[in-house]
Design a protein around this ligand. Structure first.
Ligand code: DMJ
Length: 649
């Protein structure tokens, strides 16, 4: 043992008289302590300080890059949210295909300049500080309106920094975006300031591109998986091909139509041991075949319609006559889902247009009798609130179940749509249908209609046991179009006013997203002082290429001739092309509409993209009101036009 020498220690005891808070005292004291150190100690301290300085300077950029890369602070509606630069975890099904989905962009790629979002959003971003990802929304609607007015002189904006229009090219930025979603680059054409003819051509191009993928990788199968260049089966009935038949006819794509028709006549067989969903196969297959029959006059399609319609009829063999959800079209048996004896209200009340038309065409009354009975039963049921219906109905008891929950979104949406459309189809004679529709709209106004903050967007929320929720599905965006259709057929003019307000809201669900594409579900802010109107939860950020907003834009344009609806549709089409188009053919649904750098493709093209979305785009841009006249046809919920019956029937 040895006692430590004085040299090895520095006393840290600060004693002594005087005011130790004074600067002078502290300076003297430090200097004294420094002088008390040995030369070796002083040199060691000086060397360490110098070393730390050198290391600090050398590593500074790496460290800051590292932290910038890991977390990006984004100002969201509810406060500050940490957004991982590492892409979100893919759903299980997508994980299986991961080798086929290319790598997410590197940090370097992520920081590369890019044009983000639609014009409205870009303009909003101008107001944000430079060099930061912190973005505070100001007044998105006013900004979007300004962008609308100032068309042609919009500045392009990069993240946090304004650049001149000539510094960026549409093609270049689109390619970048596509590289980042790892979807091979596609030639982007800018038709933005060209006449309607070119917009129609752009829709035809989009259809051809989607069809190319389907034809090469999924011909005769249900759905294209465009990233993996394969297909998915649901019913095994060529769903996309059948859903797309009348779209090809309307878009005047005759070559493609003829190929598809040949497949229907030579390959399509419903004599298959498969379970199909009654609602989905009615609206897509039966509806698609019936409308194609009407447009072309070709009996092939009526024969096929009769075949599938007849095979679906066992679904109505239930104790209550409320149909089961599933039918085996080969065996002629039907059943509810495995876990319940309930059916979905929207499903059992949105098959009527098709079966009624089938009866009219075949003179076989059984189809119509089955679906009319469902409507009569639902008309009388207890459990509605101001005309609003619950989401489930029991196939044994025939009663509503899960009472007290009301939405115009999933599981209830097309009940309201088909009340109006059956009334129109039948020549406006079936007053019970009209009464139920009008009452339900009063119910919507009383219970579900609210305004958001800060921009007072009118939206349709949900009600659960008396509790209001400001949640709105994209599916609800069918409503502006349906309201406008009713007003066109003589219902109160305030329906049209509400339609216009809701149309603006549905457009904003696209315009306020970074990709300019709507998420599946939004939540509206209602508290005064909110930064922006729309919140999107992580799980709701996907876009499935759904049609409802485009559908409503079509109705609103047809009835008002206000060009802004076309311009909004044009923006949306361009954003589908930018973020969902796959170079080798097809379009894909995406997981994240809030990340233009990595929207995360889902590898699925839903049949309704061809059956509905592209068809409504085309009709929106067409100047011919006789191209599927709304005085002669009524569209089913899958966009298949069926005739309004002549008044004598
Ligand atoms: C389509 O099958 C129909 O439009 C249906 O009414 C709702 N879901 C899809 C499109 O979103």
């Amino acid at each position: 043992m040895h006692s430590p020498s004085r040299k090895e220690f520095v006393s840290l005891t600060f004693t002594g008289s005087g005011n130790y808070n004074s600067k002078q005292w502290r300076r003297q004291s430090c200097w004294r302590k420094w002088k008390q150190l040995s030369r070796l100690q002083r040199n060691l301290i000086l060397f360490s300080v110098a070393l730390m300085l050198v290391c600090g300077i050398a590593t500074y950029p790496t460290v800051t890059e590292h932290f910038r890369g890991l977390t990006v602070v984004v100002k969201e509606d509810e406060g500050h949210v940490l957004k991982l630069a590492i892409p979100e975890v893919l759903p299980e099904s997508d994980k299986q295909n991961q080798p086929l989905v290319p790598e997410p962009p590197s940090e370097k790629q992520k920081r590369a300049p890019h044009k983000r979002g639609p014009p409205g959003l870009q303009n909003r971003l101008q107001k944000k500080g430079t060099g930061s990802d912190i973005q505070v929304e100001e007044n998105p609607i006013q900004e979007a309106k300004k962008a609308d007015k100032g068309k042609g002189e919009k500045p392009l904006v990069k993240r946090g920094a304004l650049i001149e229009a000539d510094q960026a090219t549409e093609g270049g930025t689109a390619k970048e975006a596509e590289n980042k979603v790892a979807v091979p680059a596609v030639e982007q054409e800018d038709h933005s300031h060209e006449p309607e003819f070119d917009r129609l051509e752009a829709v035809r191009d989009a259809f051809r591109h989607a069809w190319k993928g389907y034809k090469e990788f999924a011909w005769g199968q249900d759905e294209l998986r465009p990233i993996s260049k394969s297909y998915g089966e649901w019913f095994g009935l060529g769903l996309t091909l059948i859903d797309a038949l009348d779209t090809m006819w309307i878009l005047n794509l005759r070559e493609e139509f003829e190929e598809a028709k040949t497949w229907v006549s030579t390959e399509l067989s419903f004599n298959k041991n498969v379970d199909v969903n009654l609602f989905e196969s009615t609206i897509r297959i039966l509806g698609g075949l019936l409308s194609t029959y009407h447009l072309t006059g070709d009996a092939l399609f009526l024969d096929k319609a009769k075949d599938i319609g007849t095979r679906l009829m066992p679904a109505f063999n239930t104790p209550s006559k409320i149909p089961y959800s599933d039918v085996n079209i080969g065996k002629g048996t039907a059943h509810p889902p495995r876990w319940t004896s309930d059916s979905t209200v929207a499903e059992v009340t949105s098959i009527q247009l098709e079966f009624r038309e089938l009866s009219r065409l075949t003179q076989d009354t059984r189809y119509r009798a089955a679906v009319d009975k469902v409507m009569q039963k639902v008309h009388k049921l207890e459990g509605k609130q101001d005309g609003l219906v619950p989401m489930f109905i029991n196939t044994n008891s025939g009663q509503f179940t899960h009472l007290g929950v009301f939405t115009l979104g999933a599981r209830a949406d097309s009940y309201y749509e088909y009340l109006l459309k059956q009334w129109i189809q039948g020549g406006q004679k079936e007053t019970e249908l009209l009464e139920d529709y009008l009452q339900a709209l009063e119910g919507v106004k009383k219970n579900l209609l609210k305004k958001s903050s800060p921009n007072s967007l009118t939206f349709v929320g949900e009600l659960s046991h008396g509790q209001f929720s400001p949640k709105m599905d994209h599916l609800v965006c069918f409503l502006p179009g349906t309201l406008a259709l009713g007003a066109h057929h003589g219902l109160p003019a305030d329906h049209m006013e509400l339609a216009k307000q809701l149309m603006e809201t549905c457009y904003q669900m696209y315009a306020q997203m970074e990709t300019g594409l709507s998420p599946e579900i939004v939540h509206f802010n209602m508290h005064e002082g909110s930064i922006r109107d729309v919140d999107v939860k992580l799980a709701d950020r996907h876009n499935l290429l759904r049609p409802e907003t485009v559908e409503s834009l079509f109705y609103l344009y047809r009835f008002t001739k206000d060009r802004k609806y076309r311009d909004w549709g044009w923006e949306i089409l361009q954003n589908f092309n930018k973020y969902t188009k796959v170079s080798t053919g097809g379009y894909t649904s995406i997981n994240n509409v809030r990340d233009p750098e990595y929207p995360s493709p889902r590898d699925k093209m839903e049949s309704f993209f061809l059956g509905e979305t592209l068809k409504y785009f085309y009709l929106l841009f067409s100047d011919d009101p006789e191209l599927v006249s709304l005085d002669k046809y009524v569209f089913n919920t899958e966009a298949h036009p069926l005739p309004i019956w002549p008044s004598a029937e």
